[in-house]
Each structure stands twice: as C-alpha cells, then as structure tokens.
Design a protein around this ligand. Structure first.
Ligand SMILES: Nc1nc2c(ncn2[C@@H]2O[C@H](COP(=O)(O)OP(=O)(O)O)[C@@H](O)[C@H]2O)c(=O)[nH]1
Ligand SMILES: [Mg+2]
Length: 377
C-alpha cells in the first residue's frame, strides 16, 4: 500500500537531511548507530558529546548561522565488533542550530511536487508544507539531536495533522442506541457491497450482531451478490425484488433489527452517479425513512484526486459522516487516503485492502504514517 509515495518520501527526507546538514556546516557529526545491539556494547553516539568549552554563545539576534566550529577531533568510533550487528549512518548536531526558511526551501518545493504528483489535494499539500515549516523553522535544535529524527518528526507530525483522528466504530456503537444504522453510499463499482460484507465480518468479530439490507434494488444481480455474502458470513439479509423501493427494503431491515435485538444495520444502496437528481431524491427518502446514524461514503483509493472531489461533492449534496476507502492495496500513491479527511472534514473509518473478508483495516492515522514513513512494525 502507498509504496510509490513511500519511496518518494524517503528520498525527500534525505534531501531535508542534506539541507539541514548543510545549514549546520561543520557542526554536524556522522555517527553509526547499531541497529540491533545484542550485548551491552558501548554505543558510540551516546559517548556524550562533550560540551564544547570554546563554543561561543550564539547571539540571539542572528541565530541560524553558526561560526564554523573548531574541528573537534574527538576520537570517535571505537568500534566494531566485526559483523555482529548492522549499523546505520546518522548525523548528529554538535552545536545548537536554528534552521531558517531558506535552508529548507528546496526540499519543501520537492516535497510539494511529490505530494501533488501522488494525488494529494492542493490544499492538503499546502497544509502539510505549512506544518513542516512551523515545526522546522526557527526552533533551537539541541546538541545531540539527530538530523533524521528532526526531519521524520516534522513529517510525521504534519501527516498526522492532516489525517485527523480516524473513527472508532466499536466505541461509537457502544455509545449509541441499538440498532446502530449505517447507510453505505457511493459510486457504482467502488466496493460498497464488498465493504458491507467486510464490515459485517469485522463487527461480528468484535462481538456485534449484524443484519444487511439489500438497498441496491437497481443493478441487476446486486441482490444475489449481497445474499451470497450473507450466506457465506451467516448473516441475515433483508431484500425485496429487483426494482423495488430501496427505502422500503431498508425500513424492513431496521424493523427486523429492532425485533431481533440486532446491534447494527448495514444498509446497501445503488451507486448511481452522485450528481443525478433521482439518486439524491432517493437518498433523501432513505434518510427520512431509515434515519441512519452514520452515512458512510465509499470510494476507491485508486481513484486518487477524483475520489476526493467526489467525496466532497457527495458530502455537500447529501452529507457524509465517515469515509471508507477501498482498494488501498492497489494504490501506490496514497493521495486520496491522505487528502480526504482534511478536505471534507470527515474521518476515514476503514481502508479496504483486498478482496477477502479480512481485508479491512480500521483507519489508524499512526499506522498509516508508519506505512508512509516505512517504519517496520
Ligand atoms: N483489490 C480490492 N478490490 C476490492 C476492494 N473492495 C472491493 N473490491 C472489488 O471491487 C469490485 C466492486 O465491488 P462491489 O462491492 O461490487 O462494488 P459496489 O458496486 O460499490 O457495490 C469487486 O470486484 C470487489 O471485489 C478492495 O479493498 N481491494
Ligand atoms: Mg453494490
């Protein structure tokens, strides 16, 4: 998932690192960090950088340029227990540093290009850049700070801010009257029905009972498709016949849930194009009749910016409470996943990550950022 963007972000981080090292001039020291330290081996970078007695206090008026430090030849690198554990190079600041806007102008521009090329919406890319600036520029960096950490902390923070909080569905269900009614909407073929089946599977795994409403009465074969999911998952599906009124089917579904003490109603709908007036009217009617607790807009991550634009239109026209982004497994760019929450101001609920029932991941911003930054779990 998002491997194209992840690789690009890796090289952008290196560019930021190079720029910050250039800004620090000779006040940066390369160290090798052991990746895995099996024994209590001495770690070179914790040989606490002796406070330079000769370091002049930098005048606060002009903090960002530091007088080149007298080269300090601390005999570092007392290593290496040959081949026992691998080491990564890292750069550590040896004198207090303040990064200026100019120092990171270039990598910021490169970051903007990468974000836009990977379908991140312009306003979201702008926000990420603003957060990066805010975090990086003008702050005093302590002696011993790692350049990598400075960069990845800034990028992580910026991404987390635009990704929002996610949405904890079990907590939502627990705090609402049952049945909780979830209406699933969106464009045809994006994965609504599959996502309903996955959500049912996920929710049953969490101990909730579920009923499905076959509200797509429009597309040929739609009722059979959801019934088949119901059979496989051993979940009740309420349906009428093709061409019938979806509001009536979903009304019956809610009725069934009430009569049987079911926790969650998952209501399917037909995915006709969002700007068609009759779809809007139909959704309005469904809303009036069913009074859904949550309207979940489904779209596919692979649609990139189109998905963001559609989600926004949909939210403006009929309202949305949360988003499920499908086909994240086929999306190397990640632009929609990064942009949607900030653009429409609604959280992402789940990512769909394949065609199997298990391929559903509650959207946890931290985990998505780990994925984007290539953090091993
Ligand atoms: N790779 C992948 N395929 C998916 C995912 N979600 C749905 N699909 C596929 O997308 C196609 C359309 O799904 P469907 O649920 O019928 O879409 P609907 O028309 O919106 O109800 C099917 O072939 C699904 O298997 C996903 O997360 N990843
Ligand atoms: Mg469908």
């Amino acid at each position: 998932m998002f491997e194209g963007l992840r690789n690009k972000l890796q090289s952008i981080r290196e560019k930021f690192g190079t720029s910050i090292r250039d800004a620090a001039g000779s006040d940066v020291r390369e160290v090798e960090k052991p990746v895995e330290a099996p024994s209590p081996a001495p770690q070179p970078e914790t040989v606490s950088a002796p406070v330079l007695p000769e370091a002049p206090k930098v005048a606060p008026a002009e903090p960002e340029r530091v007088v080149p430090a007298p080269v300090k030849t601390v005999p570092v690198e007392p290593k290496k227990p040959e081949g026992i554990f691998s080491r990564v190079r890292s750069f550590v600041i040896e004198r207090e540093l303040v990064i200026s806007e100019k120092d990171i102008e270039e990598p910021l521009t490169d970051l903007e290009m990468v974000l836009l090329e990977n379908d991140v919406a312009l306003e979201v890319s702008d926000a990420i850049l603003a957060y990066m600036r805010e975090d990086l520029v003008g702050k005093h960096r302590k002696i011993g700070s790692s350049v990598d950490d400075i960069v990845s902390t800034a990028l992580r923070g910026a991404l987390l801010k635009v990704l929002g909080d996610g949405f904890d569905l079990p907590a939502y269900i627990d705090s609402h009257e049952r049945p909780v009614k979830i209406l699933v909407t969106g464009v045809n073929g994006t994965g609504k029905t599959t996502s309903i089946a996955k959500m049912a599977h996920y929710l049953m795994g969490q101990g909730y009972s579920v009923v499905l409403g076959a509200g797509d009465t429009f597309r040929a074969g739609a009722i059979e498709q959801i019934e088949e999911h119901g059979r496989r998952l051993d979940v009740k599906v309420i349906h009428h016949q093709e061409g019938s009124d979806p509001a009536a089917v979903l009304f019956d579904t809610v009725d069934y849930a009430k009569a049987h003490g079911i926790d969650v109603v998952l209501a399917d709908t037909a995915g006709r194009f969002h700007n068609r007036k009759n779809l809007m009217n139909q959704l309005d009617k469904i809303r009036r009749v069913v009074k859904p607790d949550l309207v979940v807009y489904v779209d596919e991550a692979v649609a990139g910016n189109d998905a963001v634009v559609r989600a926004k239109d949909f939210n403006d026209l009929v309202g949305t409470d949360a988003v499920m982004l499908t086909k994240a497994d086929m999306d190397p760019r990640g632009g929609a996943a990064i942009s949607i929450a900030q653009t429409i101001g609604k959280p992402i609920l789940f990512l769909g990550t394949g065609q199997a029932y298990d391929d559903i991941v509650p959207f946890r911003p931290e985990a998505v950022v780990d994925e984007l930054l290539g953090v091993e779990k």
